[in-house]
Design a protein around this ligand. Structure first.
Ligand code: CP
Length: 312
């Protein structure tokens, strides 16, 4: 198997060779999505189940599209209409789905560690973490790094500012782990109430001042304020949050002229980012979404037994 683990649960599971392999494979798959017939039989006969306990537009659709473009079948479990609403546990749900012999389950769950728990009970099915609580979102970080490499050609030595609701963001944690592993200088920035102390231990710079974060940045990654996870009041008002931490054209002048603007989506326009900037030439937000399909094609392919003779 090209990857050491049968599951993709977090960035910490991947070494640098495996990361390079996923990125190279993603690049080779991108071309399929530009063809008039966007389908190859590489994973014909394989099946993916999307088990999303939380809402998603980009991740769930791109896993489904990725599976279909590689010839696999994909099934979306509608949680609100499933037996979860009758009280069925995650473990029972997983064991029952596994009994139908899918090859892979992509799971999103509000609880950190849910994919890891599922992996313990699924001996014959690969589990992919599509976002677990405030913990990790590994395929998002991989597609983000692929997008950065498209523009900057390297990660080592790059200055990356990650700004916003760090505390509730699995995107932030996965990106920090991946970018630091690949040699970037990462600065995380947000209100003191939204940056957990543990981030210092990840080898990143922490600041509460957006000017300090943006100065000399090659990449500015804005994060959504995650209202659905905030159990408290973390900033006085949206107006003040945007004034202090929202990105606009004026603040972008502190970054390098060649800096790119990223956002994992969904965007809260006018809260963390000026709508004008989200659509500006420096924004690569929609490229991130396009790369999400390629990265998820690569992850499915590599977890489901890639072979040299693959029919692309
Ligand atoms: N970036 C991301 O995870 O978006 P979705 O919540 O729409 O999947």
């Amino acid at each position: 198997m090209p990857l050491r683990e049968r599951h993709l649960l977090g960035i910490e599971d991947l070494d640098l060779d495996e990361i390079e392999l996923i990125l190279d494979t993603s690049r080779s798959f991108r071309e399929i999505s530009t063809r008039s017939i966007k389908k190859v039989p590489t994973l014909r006969g394989k099946s993916l189940i999307n088990l999303f306990y939380e809402p998603s537009t980009r991740t769930r659709s791109s896993f489904e599209i990725a599976a279909k473009r590689l010839g696999a079948d994909s099934i979306n479990v509608n949680i609100s209409e499933s037996s979860v609403s009758k009280g069925e546990s995650l473990i029972d749900t997983g064991k029952n789905l596994q009994s139908m012999n899918p090859d892979i389950i992509a799971i999103r769950h509000s609880h950190a560690g849910a994919p890891h728990l599922l992996a313990q009970y699924c001996e014959s099915t690969s589990i992919v973490n599509a976002g677990d609580g405030m913990h990790e979102h590994p395929t998002q970080a991989l597609l983000d790094v692929l997008t950065i490499l498209d523009h900057k050609k390297r990660i080592e030595g790059l200055h990356v500012a990650i700004v916003g609701d760090i505390a509730h963001s699995r995107v932030a944690r996965s990106n920090v782990l991946l970018l630091v592993k690949m040699g970037a200088h990462v600065c995380v920035c947000g209100p003191p109430t939204l940056i957990p102390a543990e981030f210092e231990s990840y080898g990143v710079k922490v600041t509460y001042h957006i000017k300090e974060a943006l100065q000399g940045a090659d990449v500015v990654m804005m994060l959504r304020t995650q209202k659905e996870r905030q159990r408290d009041v973390f900033y006085p008002s949206v107006k003040e949050y945007f004034a202090l931490y929202g990105l606009n054209m004026e603040k972008m002048k502190w970054a390098k002229r060649s800096a790119i603007v990223m956002h994992p989506g969904p965007i809260n326009r006018g809260i963390e980012i000026d709508p004008e900037l989200a659509e500006a030439g420096t924004s690569v937000i929609f490229e991130q979404v396009t790369n999400g399909v390629a990265v998820r094609m690569a992850v499915l392919y590599l977890l489901l037994g890639a072979s040299e003779e693959a029919d692309l």
